[in-house]
Structures are given as C-alpha cells and as structure tokens.
Write a protein that binds this ligand. Structure first.
Ligand SMILES: Nc1ncnc2c1ncn2[C@@H]1O[C@H](COP(=O)(O)OP(=O)(O)OP(=O)(O)O)[C@@H](O)[C@H]1O
Ligand SMILES: [Mg+2]
Length: 493
C-alpha cells in the first residue's frame, strides 16, 4: 500500500514561486489588482507609477470596502481561496493568487494597507529578505506612516510595490522605456475595463486615475459611431450558464477621422485586432483572436465579435491565473464557426463598397462599362484626370506606349478567373486598399498634378476631387488630408 507523507510547502516558498505565475506585464499586473478593487465595490482607483530615477514607485489605492485585519492576513497568504469554490457573479477573482502573483511579477516587496469600518491594518512580504521569509504584520504607527491621507480618512485598500526589480529590469530601464510601459498600461487598462469606465457594466461607473489623469474608456467596437454595424445578439445556453455573442463590423477608414481610425486600430493595427473579444464579467480577458476558427485576413479586418462569459464557466474556458488567456470550449466551436462563416462577407462588403463604380452621372469614374449588340466590355476612362494627364503630358512615342499599355490591361483582364471567383467566392474578392497610409501615398503623388491641371486654383481642384474616383468615394478623409497638409483651410469647404 502506498504511504503518504505530509509535506506542505512553506508559505514563503510558495510565495517565491508565485513570481513566475502567469505572464504579467505592468498592465496585466495592475489589471489583476483592479479586479480586486472592483470586487470590493470601489468607485475610484488611483494608480501611481513613477520612474523615480530607475527605482520605480507603484501604488494602487481604492475606496472599496477594504479588509479587516483578519481578512487582510488571510488575503496575504498564498492561495488564499479555493479556485473550486463558487464565486458571487460579480467577482473577478478565482484562484486566491492574483494580488500576490501580480505584485511579485513586478516587485519583491509587497505591502498591503487596508481600512475597513474605520479600522486600519497592514501587512507586508519581502522576498529579498530570504532569512526572514515571513509575512510582516505592521503596527499602527507603520501603517499610519505608509498610508496615503485618503486611506487614513476613509475605508479602502492601498497596495505598495517596492524594489520593483522586475519592472525596472534590475534598475536598467531607461526613463523613456518606463514611460512607454506606463503609456501602454494606460491604453491597455482603457480597453480591458472599458465597460466599467463607461458605466455600462452592471454597477456604478468606475473612475481610474493613472498618475493623476483619468483613464478614458476605449470601446473596441466604436459603438458610438453611426457607420459601425452592430449585428444581432445571440445567447447560447452552456452548462447552466449563458454566453452572449454579438458581432460588429467596424467602419471603413473613409468614415472616420484619421485619429479615430488610428486609435481603433491600436498599436498592432486592424489586422491583428480582428476576431473575438472575450469578456468575463464585463472585464476583457482576451482579444484579437480567432481561436483558429478563421484566418487573419485583409478582408475580415473590420470584424470584431464580443463574447460575454460568466465566471461560473471559468473551468470550461480554462481561465489562466493572470486572466490573460482562455481557451474556447469545444462544445462552442461548431456554433462559433458558423457565426464566423456568416460574417465573412459582411466585412468585405464594406471594402467592396469602396471599389470603383460604373456610369455614375456627374462623377468621373475610373472604369466604364459598354453594352453593344448584347456584348459587355469594360474600359479604362481616358477622361479620368490621372489617365488623361499621363497621355496628355507624354511625348508622341510615350503616348503611344501608354495607350498600348491601357489597351493591353483592358484586353487581358482575366475575365474567366474573375467570373469564377465572383460566382464562388464573392466574399473573398477585394481590390481596394484597406490601409489608409497607402491611400494617402496615392493622394500625395497625384495632388500636385491635379492642382496644375487647375492652374493652381484650389477651389477648382477641390470641386474636381469631389466628383472624381477614388477621391469622391473617400471624401471625408480626402478633405481631412487636404486640411492637415495645408491645401485648404476651414473656409474653403
Ligand atoms: N482591493 C481590495 N479590497 C478588498 N479586498 C481585497 C482587495 N484586494 C484583495 N482583497 C482580498 O484579498 C483576497 C485575495 O486576493 P487575490 O487577488 O490574491 O485572490 P482572488 O482575488 O481571491 O483570486 P485571483 O487569484 O483570481 O485574483 C481577495 O479574495 C479579497 O478578499
Ligand atoms: Mg484577485
């Protein structure tokens, strides 16, 4: 018969190993602490992240209901809760590790001060002091000295990180690199907690300040914009819980001010940010993934699908300790794949609507369509200003070559392949440039020539651009570009 030997690891050893739990960066670690503040019904959270000459100071102060001295001691222990226990539906925690593992991913000295019903207490762990790997219970005087004035006056919790050797890369981090981390954290927190910051989560609106400045909610679906397509909500019953799914199609870049478009694309751009956005109790845990149900594609880059899951399904989704990852339960795969397949055409339709048009009265199109004796032929419009400039400004020999080239392009248009593609994979067809940078490069290249056609008359130029493809189809951004580059002023509109 097997013999079992009781061999409990010491709390200190457990705590030291917590340094490697999860895959936290500064933003991820702060998010885990914010989760706790939200659970404690905080309405205001104040984050301080200062470079302090390479020895960063980080504090997280909330005005939640705080902890009693006994609760604090329990909370400071490793694995302070059993992940198998059912949590209240609004609880963002699960493992009983977050506060410790998130903090030790960045620092080696963690001090937690809390005030509940007017009673202040404090405790600390110092992982550097290996001889004294014990939790320190602070006396009243120490707590009063360390706490922010706000905590002395009102209930709440304050977390202090000291010796942030991980965060500071052992003191090697430059002030610029530290600043980048803080900027990234602001952006990330604005996204992760956007439903709390905007007040749409099922609780009072949350205010988070980072270094004294409010973090503004960042809605990845841009729901406030008319051109965002909000598709139908689907609710799937799963294992006693409910999963809500709602797809969105974001507006084409021509419908947004440039700055909004850049913000919506995020640092990694639209291509990387397409796909599912999974929320657990209104808090974003994973975004910009297709769970391998689809490929990242140019034409699907405007699709973002919101998926809301309750904390009762954590096990099924395999939520990680750092709440930064989840796995799609196989029971959901088939339905989600159907939803994704149904969406394929919707995003590409947005791009197709920006493709060339035919025979628009009053507009100079790039392509013409001719029907004669029942035969259909497409030709490039020689009257289009860019084409006519090419032929007009060239010498005799070049003009003939250009005309020959245009005729070649028209005559060798791959009609058979195109017709087959259009019949079979209509939603995968797209010719239009999806990156605004490329569109602006084209503008840059053609504007001087267009202006010289109008002998420097800007009003004439603007009037022509308004009715000429592709400018006319993207007029808002063309106009914004002209203003930004100083071609036109507000009154020239
Ligand atoms: N800001 C806070 N206000 C009040 N109580 C807090 C606060 N932070 C932590 N606690 C208490 O400390 C406990 C431990 O927090 P910790 O983040 O380590 O684990 P958890 O939230 O239970 O689970 P998880 O590991 O999933 O985050 C919490 O359950 C909560 O009771
Ligand atoms: Mg927690």
């Amino acid at each position: 018969m097997s013999k079992y030997i009781p061999n409990p690891p010491s709390a200190a050893a457990l705590m030291a190993s917590a340094r490697s739990f999860g895959n936290y960066d500064l933003a991820g670690a702060l998010s885990d602490l914010i989760d706790n503040s939200i659970k404690a019904e905080a309405k205001n959270i104040s984050l301080t992240c200062l470079f302090n000459e390479g020895a960063p100071i980080v504090r997280i102060l909330d005005d939640g209901y705080g902890m009693s001295p006994e609760e604090l001691l329990k909370a400071m222990r490793p694995a302070s809760a059993d992940p198998r226990e059912e949590r209240s539906p609004d609880d963002l925690g699960r493992f009983g590790w977050g506060m410790k593992s998130a903090s030790f991913s960045q620092c080696s000295q963690l001090t937690v001060l809390s005030r509940k019903d007017g009673c202040l207490s404090g405790a600390a762990w110092d992982l550097d002091d290996i001889d004294e790997w014990k939790m320190e219970v602070l006396n009243e005087g120490d707590v009063a000295e360390l706490a922010s004035p706000q905590l002395i006056d009102a209930d709440g919790t304050e977390i202090l990180w000291a010796n942030c050797n991980r965060l500071s890369e052992d003191g090697e981090i430059t002030s610029d690199a530290f600043n980048d981390l803080v900027v990234h954290a602001r952006y990330r927190l604005a996204l992760v907690f956007h439903k709390y910051l905007s007040g749409e989560a099922k609780r009072q609106r949350l205010i988070i300040k980072l270094n004294g400045q409010d973090i503004e909610a960042y809605d990845p679906f841009h729901r406030g914009h008319d051109a965002t397509q909000q598709l139908e909500l689907e609710e799937l019953p799963v294992a006693g819980g409910k999963i809500s799914i709602r797809p969105y199609i974001l507006p084409h870049f021509s419908k947004l001010p440039l700055s909004d478009h850049a913000k919506l694309g995020g640092a990694e751009g639209f291509l990387r940010n397409q796909g599912f956005y999974v929320y657990r109790n209104d808090r974003l845990i994973i975004h910009g993934t297709w769970f391998r149900l689809a490929k990242y594609g140019e034409l699907s880059q405007l699709v973002r699908i919101s998926v809301d899951i309750p904390n009762s399904l954590d096990d099924m989704w395999k939520i990680t300790v750092d709440k930064s990852d989840a796995q799609l339960p196989s029971a959901l795969k088939a339905r989600l794949r159907q939803i994704v397949d149904g969406l394929r055409g919707r995003s590409s339709k947005v791009f197709r609507s920006k493709g060339g048009r035919i025979d628009r009265s009053g507009e100079t199109t790039i392509w013409n369509r001719h029907v004669r004796n029942g035969e259909i032929r497409y030709s490039i419009n020689r009257e289009h200003p860019i084409i006519s400039h090419l032929t007009g400004s060239a010498g005799e020999v070049d003009r003939e070559t250009i005309n020959a080239a245009l005729r070649l392009i028209e005559q060798s248009f791959p009609v058979t392949e195109f017709s087959a593609d259009a019949a079979n994979k209509n939603e995968s067809l797209g010719q239009v440039e999806s990156r605004p940078e490329r569109f602006f490069e084209m503008l840059h290249a053609t504007l001087p020539m267009m202006l010289s056609r109008h002998k420097g008359n800007i009003e004439g130029l603007v009037a022509e651009l308004r009715v000429t493809e592709p400018y006319s189809l993207n007029w808002l951004v063309v106009e914004e570009f002209l203003k930004k580059e100083g071609w036109i002023h507000e009154q020239a509109r």
